[in-house]
Every structure is written in structure tokens, then in C-alpha cells.
Design a protein around this ligand. Structure first.
Ligand code: IPD
Ligand code: CA
Length: 299
């Protein structure tokens, strides 16, 4: 299965993963995905407001990761700590996986996948395109490259006040109003598409990405590199980008945003028909355009 948009979602709220204990151990009752989405939205908004306040007080690089430009601020760490605290208080049986190292093994079958500040470089430079991304995921080996699939998620940009959230078969919302990708008769051809993408942090990865963009740019309306993958996917969901692709995304970059885009009608594709979206490639756009874009990207 290589297209998350067509994954048999079949998961009733009680059929949510592989880490739930079996045998005579009681499986905790599972909440509705809508409740999880509301929890995700509340946490993303609260923590987002906190990191915005922290940014106004000044920003400090605490460490670097994969390269000298891949930074972690004190706010990334504080935001992840606050998210883990809030989620484990609300749902102590769940697991947590966070970009800055959070790793909690749960027993409920649900794992929260967190990007405490997606768009850290924008945060550093005070560019108003960063977000807190929170997704409730369940095991699904075929859906995404990391073997998990979101059933609810939220992305909050504290500089714009935009709160995106979605839940399994419940649709996608921006500040409570339903959103959809540009689709049907409105859907542009690739030549008219505004395409978002992003770049990794290592020089080697960037060389590959630059050659892909060099081929693609003459074939589309234009390219946007906004700087926060979760937010890019939400802009696609809201019809403000026509398509998005990136090579080398991590689960926390896409878990919530890809779910929101999917619930807004986007198709999510991997590198080819046999490869699920995620690493090495995630392509997202309205059905038809997603396939056209994938066929044009050579990685
Ligand atoms: C990055 C952003 C960026 C994308 C990179 C990500 P971070 O996440 O989402 O837009 O191009 O691939 O690593 O480091 O800001 O959390
Ligand atoms: Ca990220």
C-alpha cells in the first residue's frame, strides 16, 4: 500500500494499534478520534502561546543536531516538555514520540507524535511561520513509512493564531471552519500549481533537493519554501498551496499535517506505487495532481 489516502482506515476507535496488550490484560477503552483531536488542539494552542511569549522574551540556541544549521532552542525543549506533561496527564496509557527526544512506551495503542516547534529556523529569525504539531497515531504498517498513521491531529501557528485540526473521517478545520484542498474543476494542472517544498539540513541532502527543484521549477507556477512542513501541509489543506512534496521528512514533521491534508481531501503518495509516503518522499495534492507531481519528481 503506497498511498495513505486510500488506506483502509477501517479502524474503529477500538481497533487502534498493535501495542495494546493481548490475552487477559485489559485493553483500555479508546476515545473517539474527535476527542483526541480536541485534546491535540488544546495542547498545541496552549504550548504555542507559551513559545510565542518565550520568543518575545528572546531566543537562545541550546544545541545543534544533524548539521551546524540544524538548531534546537531552549523553547523547543520546553515546548516538548510541556506537551509530554499535558498529554501524559490527560492520557497516561498512551505513548509519546517527540522530535527533541521524548520517548514514552504506551499500552493503549495510541502514540502521540510531536513536533514542539516545527519551523525552528523561522522561530529563530522571528519569521511568522512556525507551528506546534501534535498527532495521535496508531500502528499501520502500510500507511506511512514509519508504520504509523494519525487518527487525529492539530497544528497551531502562534504568530497567526491559525489552529488546524482534523480527525479520522471527521474532516479538517481551520479555527473551527471546514477546509478543503483545491479539487475538482478548480484543480490546477501541474503547470498552474503553486508547489510547496522544504529542504533538509545536511549539505548532501540539499544538493539532491536542489537538483530536483531545478527540474521542477520550470514546469510549475512557482515554488514556495515556507520552512515548516506541518504548516505547509495545512496550507495545502486550506487551498493556499496546490501541492507539497519533500524528501527526508521525519514522522513528527508530517504526522499531524498529513492527516489534516488527507482529511481535507488530499492524496498522499510515496516515491512509487510500492512505497508508502514519508521517507524517502511524501507528495501531497488533490487526486490527479498528486500523481502528476510524483511522476515529474525524479529522486
Ligand atoms: C523542518 C521544517 C522544514 C522542513 C525540514 C524539517 P524543524 O523541521 O519542517 O520546513 O523542510 O525537513 O526538518 O527542524 O523546523 O522542526
Ligand atoms: Ca519539524
Amino acid at each position: 500500500m503506497a498511498e495513505a489516502g486510500s488506506v483502509p482506515t477501517g479502524s474503529s476507535p477500538t481497533d487502534t494499534g498493535d501495542t495494546a496488550p493481548r490475552g487477559d490484560v485489559a485493553i483500555p477503552p479508546q476515545p473517539e478520534p474527535q476527542e483526541l483531536a480536541e485534546l491535540a488542539a488544546g495542547c498545541a494552542e496552549e504550548v504555542g502561546k507559551r513559545i510565542r511569549t518565550m520568543r518575545e522574551e528572546g531566543v537562545r540556541v541550546a544545541a545543534t543536531k544533524s548539521s551546524i544549521t540544524d538548531v534546537v532552542t531552549a523553547a523547543d525543549r520546553e515546548a516538548e516538555r510541556l506537551l509530554v506533561e499535558a498529554l501524559t496527564r490527560a492520557r497516561p496509557e498512551d505513548g509519546v514520540l517527540g522530535e527533541e527526544g521524548a520517548g514514552v512506551i504506551g499500552t493503549s495503542g495510541i502514540t502521540w507524535v510531536l513536533d514542539p516547534i516545527d519551523g525552528t529556523v523561522n522561530y529563530l529569525y522571528d519569521i511568522p511561520a512556525y507551528a506546534v504539531s501534535v498527532a495521535a497515531t496508531v500502528a499501520d504498517p502500510d500507511a506511512f513509512a514509519d508504520g504509523r498513521r494519525a487518527i487525529a491531529g492539530a497544528v497551531y501557528n502562534p504568530r497567526t493564531g491559525e489552529l488546524f485540526h482534523a480527525w479520522h473521517e471527521g474532516g479538517a478545520y481551520l479555527n473551527g471552519t471546514p477546509i478543503r484542498v483545491v479539487d475538482g474543476a478548480e484543480r490546477p494542472s501541474l503547470a498552474h500549481a503553486l508547489v510547496g517544498t522544504g529542504f533538509g539540513y545536511t549539505a548532501e541532502r540539499r544538493k539532491e533537493q536542489a537538483s530536483v527543484v531545478a527540474e521542477l521549477l520550470p514546469q510549475v507556477r512557482d515554488i514556495r519554501r515556507i520552512g515548516a512542513a506541518s504548516y505547509d501541509l495545512c496550507l495545502l489543506a486550506a487551498g493556499r498551496l496546490d501541492a507539497y512534496y519533500e524528501r527526508g521528512l521525519q514522522p513528527w514533521d508530517y504526522a499531524a499535517g498529513a492527516h489534516i491534508a488527507h482529511e481535507a481531501g488530499a492524496r498522499l503518495l510515496g516515491r512509487d506505487a510500492d512505497t508508502p509516503p514519508g521517507e524517502p518522499l511524501l507528495v501531497a495534492a488533490a487526486p490527479g495532481l498528486a500523481e502528476e507531481l510524483r511522476a515529474t519528481i525524479v529522486i
